[in-house]
Design a protein around this ligand. Structure first.
Ligand code: SIN
Length: 486
């Protein structure tokens, strides 16, 4: 049972052209609470017909939305931001109920997500063009920036609020309209955001949300020529499929995909700061975060003290339902996710890893996995090569800086990396050598709306947030004016 102060934030239909709609075939799907397995909502299962309707509505709305002044669009975004902050507690509660993360973390996600809306309300007024020194005296060369058009946003279950706002906000600021497909396990946060966008007066068709059949909606969003851009956050495997599907209509894409973040602790690091950073970067959201540290590389001279303090800190973390007081780690999203993590731990143990703490399912329920540290990890283990997406910290001992950089870069992923050192020369050397889009230096929590979020290599393309975050929603148009001297 979900009890909200504002009951109207609990929405279970698709939001298309400013209206709440059942699916055309009247089918539904269930959403459950990962902590208990209890069904908390039954939501209209949208398919290709609803996706098409939403795209057409977005296309019609685009005609007038793009004509508003930047200030008018910004004012709508500010209003939306204010409503989200006013309803923070309900939104956090809804998020914990469908996703599982501790309530305090859910509240932080709502603030973080709203931060993108405020940021892009501000940035909307700074979409500048350029003048170019002319190549011939009778010509004048100018670049203007224009919205891309209708944008499809496909978002994951691990941050059901913030991943959506950091796509919708820049799109709307740029003058685009959107059709959003939230993850099937966490649609309620997205639908509540749509309700608040509606209350903010954002015109019908500018924001549309269709939850339901991943395949049917995904096919329509990628094939429909009215969609001019697709932005996706999720796995590298699905991202590659979407890029291929978008090729036929040559859509612009931006992809925020998987990671395999190294977290390097050098001998000269502050061990307490490194432990605090490792806790936040590894166990945030039960390890279900693309930028979570995936491999802890610890230099020999600091290894013992780091391991002692890290183990102590992990053993103090309380596992439990996100609504319970003092809980630091909630359930994982599904039992399949628990099985995958457990299989990776078994693979590591079979290949010689030691379990320092945890290493098994918890008795609390089917989706709870104990916060885990693995020692003696080697590069042939799955936990070294693959994105773990769970509360498991594999630790690898190293001797030299060169060895650490080689191991850190030995992956097809390139999203986030972290390292701890107090040597200023090393800080620059290592920061420059790491093949990653984001590097945390003596810091385990790197995400915020003012900074560019995104990866290189198979972790994706494009950047979200920051002054760069608008670029992916804009086209550059070059104007060449001749005959100036006639
Ligand atoms: C993600 O896991 O994709 C997002 C994490 C973040 O925004 O910090």
């Amino acid at each position: 049972m979900i009890t909200l102060t504002d009951k109207d934030l609990f929405k279970t239909k698709g939001y298309i052209n400013g209206q709440w709609m059942e699916s055309s075939d009247q089918t539904c799907f269930d959403v459950d609470n990962p902590a208990t397995g209890e069904v908390i909502a039954t939501v209209a299962r949208c398919g290709s017909a609803e996706a098409r309707k939403a795209i057409e509505a977005a296309h019609t709305a685009y005609g007038s939305w793009r004509q508003l002044t930047a200030l008018q669009r910004a004012d709508y975004l500010y209003k939306w931001y204010e409503l989200i902050m006013t309803h923070l507690e309900d939104l956090a509660y809804l998020l914990t109920a469908e996703q599982g993360k501790p309530l305090a973390e859910a509240g932080n996600e709502i603030r973080y997500g709203a931060g993108y809306i405020r940021w892009f309300a501000e940035e909307a007024r700074r979409i500048y063009g350029d003048t170019i020194p002319q190549a011939a005296n009778d010509k004048r060369l100018v670049c203007i920036k224009q919205p891309v058009g209708v944008v499809a946003c496909i978002t994951p279950w691990n941050f059901p609020n913030a991943m959506l706002t950091r796509k919708i906000a820049p799109a709307l600021a740029a003058g685009c309209t959107v059709v959003c497909k939230p993850a099937g396990s966490t649609p309620l946060s997205a639908l509540a955001l749509a309700e608040l966008a509606h209350r903010a007066g954002i015109p019908a068709g500018v924001v549309n949300v269709v939850a339901g059949s991943t395949r049917a909606i995904g096919n329509e969003l990628t094939a429909n020529p009215l969609v001019r851009k697709l932005t996706f956050t999720g796995s590298t495997r699905v991202g590659k499929t979407l890029i291929k599907a978008c090729a036929d209509t040559v859509k612009k894409t931006s992809m925020e995909l998987g990671g395999n973040a190294p977290f390097i602790v050098f001998d000269d690091a502050d061990p307490d700061a490194a432990v605090a950073g490792a806790i936040v970067s590894k166990y945030r959201n039960a390890g279900q975060t693309c930028v979570c540290s995936n491999r802890l590389l610890v230099q020999s001279g600091i290894y013992d003290i780091f391991m002692e303090k890290f183990t102590d800190a992990v053993q103090k973390m309380k596992l439990g339902p996100g609504t319970e007081q003092g809980v630091a780690i909630g359930p994982m999203i599904t039992t399949d996710a628990v099985n995958d993590v457990d299989a990776m731990v078994q693979d590591a143990v079979d290949k010689g890893a030691s379990i320092v703490t945890g290493g098994k399912r918890s008795g609390l329920g089917a989706r709870f996995y104990e916060p885990t540290i693995l020692g003696r990890v080697t590069s042939d283990m799955q936990v070294f090569r693959e994105e773990i997406f769970g509360p498991v910290a594999p630790v690898i001992r190293f001797d030299t800086e060169a060895e650490a950089i080689q191991m850190a870069n030995d992956t097809e992923f390139g999203l986030a990396a972290y390292f701890y050192s107090r040597d200023i020369g090393r800080v620059w050397r290592v920061a420059e050598e790491l093949e990653y889009g984001i590097v945390g230096i003596n810091e385990g929590l790197v995400s915020n709306e003012a900074a560019p979020f995104g990866g290189i290599k198979e972790s994706g393309n494009g950047r979200e947030g920051s002054k760069y975050g608008l670029d992916d929603y804009l086209e550059i148009k070059y104007l060449c004016m001749g005959g100036v001297n006639k």
